[in-house]
Write a protein that binds this ligand. Structure first.
Ligand code: ADP
Ligand code: ZN
Ligand code: ZN
Length: 747
């Protein structure tokens, strides 16, 4: 009788032994097996056979072997082992990444676990003639909200998720229910499918001429690296906004394909990458598999199979696409390599950019990291010769970078409407006059930052998180942007029963309202999480911008990323310095990156663009460097600051967070952890803290942390693994310890 040791997809860092019946096929290393564990049936991974029978337990048998052929290649295995070690994560949670989402974890009967979530959708009413419609339209004249919903369903003529519809139209679910009662719409539970790249989702792609000399030079270097020989140094493609980086990626992929190779292209968020995906689709058609979380289970399986069979040698997707079954990759591209979205915020807390570089080194693949505003880590790797810098210093076709004006909001009379200075209002008027489109950027959705009682100062808090609730209009309510807790807007202050509740701080809804008031004839739209649910998606609004059906688009960072629209003549940044005040050592870097990205959306057509930064800190070097589009100036100034404070790229960090339901118990647990770590301080390790996390309470859990700084990585390896082994003893079973290596956020 054979015994195998199995890793389970659970946060348990140990293996479990099961019997394998004589007639069962032997699973390959990393193959999936169904086993019973604590009265649940789980899909785990076979790690090794063993002769050692654990004492005193009655071994259960493996119920089913799902993979009889090897799925995980040798390099993939090495990669998984490295990730488990480096990020201090159980191997069972790492191996999950190498299988289609939903095919591991809790086992189900039938064709495997998982499946697309089902949500309530609204469908148009049954067939109706024009006369009948007109009759109904007049019945609904007195019910404008119902009428809006009804005509939206007619216009869409396909099922739309109810929550997204209500959000977009600013109505409550009751409005839909009223229409259902009138028999004008139907509701139905359906699988959520969000595929902006499916039928009809393609974006137009402009024809490009020959590569520019700078593009050609970059492509030639990558080609040469692909043709092998010599040491493989990752490339850092540093190209200003609009310099044509995507073209370089596309040509690099073409070169890998010519050689019969495979390529993985990572984008930070697939939902915002439609223009990039469209360019790959336009060039390579069906040979591109686009992987994203919105695919239904069937679509996902088919994309996965097309990759494995080799029918699709190109994979484009968010961070998890790095683990698609390509076998061996020849080229790994990481677009916008500085983006925090490359960090996974649950175990394993990997940073896909770094894992991509590691994967490339294991496989002898070429890694290309691209950005207009590289992370300080990558830029300094290039300075140290660990990366090779390729540079695209100019925009395509000699287009100038837009001119940036900095407006001091503290100046007298500067603010003329919520979020709008006199300069910005005049600039919008100019843009409309000359037929240019305008983008107005603000990094907060909702109407106002919060609601406050002007008598006693009360601010509505989230019951689960230690932050205030954001005030949303539409269907008015208070909303937590961290845990999605919602509550109705109170009529009077819950603390003093006063009736004077006022809004503070502005959000995109308020800016949209202000712009509508100022420019009643302009065609105005808003793009943020609230307006881009399925079917009201990013791609739909993007197409409307492309077709010049929108004059002014107000939005969050969604409009900062990947927008390549020649019609945009003006970009207004409503509040350029908000992110600077975040309690995070990267807040300066993030602000700079965001400002450069947003500013870079202007002037991509024939006319030069114009940008307005509104700020209370007009002299701050982040603003002046971003206004001059001068990354190098920013880098020269910021790097010494970081070195001085002992932050990356000078030091290696790990954030260790204890969390639990009881505040005192969490604080004590963290004190024990900090004591334990302090005894290991010295020899290149520094312990900062313990302290409450900036977000001290999140989703109902209290949180305390310590920050570990190490001069070199191996010190952290040892310290963190030792810590993980003592987790139960140090924090107790009621609390949880999370280790975040190379953290992208300390909140
Ligand atoms: P980046 O990603 O560097 O901001 P993009 O790759 O989006 O820049 O390119 C900016 C624009 O220039 C795109 O519309 C693209 O189609 C166009 N473009 C890129 N390369 C060329 C070229 N060689 N000739 C003409 N147009 C180009
Ligand atoms: Zn009050
Ligand atoms: Zn909350």
């Amino acid at each position: 009788m054979a015994l195998i040791r199995v890793a389970l997809p659970l946060p348990l860092d140990r293996l479990f032994t099961y019997r394998l019946d004589a007639d069962a096929p032997a699973p390959p290393r990393g193959g999936r097996v169904v086993v019973e564990f604590r009265r649940r049936r789980l899909v785990g991974f076979a790690i090794e056979t063993t002769a050692e029978e654990p004492e005193g337990v009655r071994l259960k048998a493996v119920e089913r072997v799902l993979d009889t052929e090897p799925v995980i290649s040798d390099t993939e295995w090495s990669l998984a082992e490295w990730m488990a070690r480096y990020y201090v994560a159980p191997i069972g949670l790492v191996l999950r990444l190498f299988y289609p989402p939903g095919s591991t974890g809790e086992a189900e009967d039938g064709d495997g676990p998982g499946g697309a979530p089902r949500r309530r959708h609204v469908l148009p009413a049954p067939e109706m003639g024009a006369e009948e419609r007109a009759a109904i339209a007049s019945t609904l004249a007195r019910a404008p909200q119902q009428r809006r919903v009804w005509s939206a369903t007619l216009e869409l003529d396909e099922p739309v998720e109810q929550a997204a519809l209500c959000e977009a139209l600013g109505v409550s679910a009751g409005v839909v229910a009223a229409l259902v009662a009138r028999g004008l719409v139907r509701v139905e539970d359906r699988e959520v499918v969000l595929d902006p790249y499916g039928a009809g989702g393609q974006l137009e792609v402009a024809a490009e001429g020959d590569s520019t000399p700078e593009q050609s030079a970059a492509i030639a270097e990558i080609r040469q690296a692909l043709s092998g020989g010599g040491e493989l140094t990752p490339f850092l493609l540093q190209g200003i906004t609009g310099s044509g980086k995507t073209r370089v990626y596309v040509e690099a992929v073409a070169a890998a394909l010519e050689r019969g190779g495979k390529a993985i292209v990572l984008v930070p968020e697939i939902g915002l990458a439609a223009p990039t995906v469209a360019r790959f689709r336009a060039r390579f058609g069906e040979r591109v598999a686009v992987l994203h979380s919105g695919l239904s289970r069937g679509e996902r399986a088919s994309a996965w199979n097309r990759v494995r069979s080799g029918a699709a040698p190109i994979v484009v997707g968010a961070r998890s696409a790095l683990f698609a079954p390509v076998g061996r990759a020849d080229l790994v591209v990481v677009d916008e390599e500085h983006e925090t979205a490359y960090k996974q915020d649950e175990t394993p807390r990997y940073l896909a950019r770094d894992v991509a570089v590691y994967r490339a080194s294991l496989e002898g693949a070429v890694a290309v990291l691209g950005s207009a505003t590289p992370s300080l880590e990558s830029r300094s790797n290039a300075e140290a010769g660990k990366y090779r810098r390729l540079s695209l210093p100019a925009r395509i076709a000699g287009r100038p970078l837009p001119t940036v004006e900095i407006v001091d909001l503290a100046g007298e009379g500067a603010v003329v409407a919520p979020g709008l200075s006199d300069v910005l209002v005049a600039a919008i008027a100019d843009a409309l006059e000359s037929g240019d489109q305008a983008l107005l950027f603000l990094n907060r959705r909702g109407f106002a930052a919060f609601l406050q009682c002007t008598d006693c100062g009360w601010v509505g808090p989230c019951p689960n998180c230690k932050i205030s609730l954001t005030y949303h209009r539409g269907s008015p309510r208070l909303l937590c942007h961290y845990c999605d807790h919602r509550e109705p807007v109170p009529d009077f202050c819950p603390a003093c029963a006063g009736r004077r509740l006022d809004t503070r701080g502005i959000g995109t809804q308020q800016v949209e309202t202000a712009v509508r008031t100022r420019f009643p004839d302009a065609r105005i739209a808003r793009m943020d999480l609230d307006t881009t649910g399925p079917k009201w998606s990013h791609a739909r609004l993007y197409r409307a911008m492309q077709a010049l059906e929108i004059d002014i688009l107000v939005g969050t960072q969604m409009i900062a990323k990947g927008f390549d629209l020649p019609g945009v003549g003006l970009v207004g940044v409503v509040s350029a310095d908000t992110a600077l005040h975040f309690p995070d050592f990267r807040s300066t870097e993030r602000t700079f990156q965001l400002l450069v990205q947003v500013a870079g959306r202007a002037g991509r057509g024939d006319r030069p663009g114009r940008v307005v930064f509104q700020t209370y800190l007009p002299e701050h070097f982040v603003l002046t460097a971003a206004a001059a589009h001068d990354y190098e100036a920013f880098y020269r100034r910021e790097k010494p600051d970081r070195l001085g404070l002992g932050y990356p790229p000078a030091t290696r960090l790990a954030n260790v967070v204890a969390s639990g339901k009881d505040a005192a118990s969490v604080e004590e647990a963290m004190a024990r952890v900090a004591d334990h770590l302090r005894r290991r301080e010295a020899g290149g390790l520094t312990v900062v803290g313990p302290a409450p996390c900036p977000l001290e309470r999140l989703r109902g859990r209290w949180r305390h942390h310590v920050l570990l700084k190490a001069e070199v990585a191996p010190i952290l390896d040892r310290t963190l693994h030792d810590l993980a082994r003592r987790e139960d003893a140090l924090v107790g079973t009621a609390n949880r310890l999370e280790i975040d290596r190379d953290p992208m956020s300390l909140l």
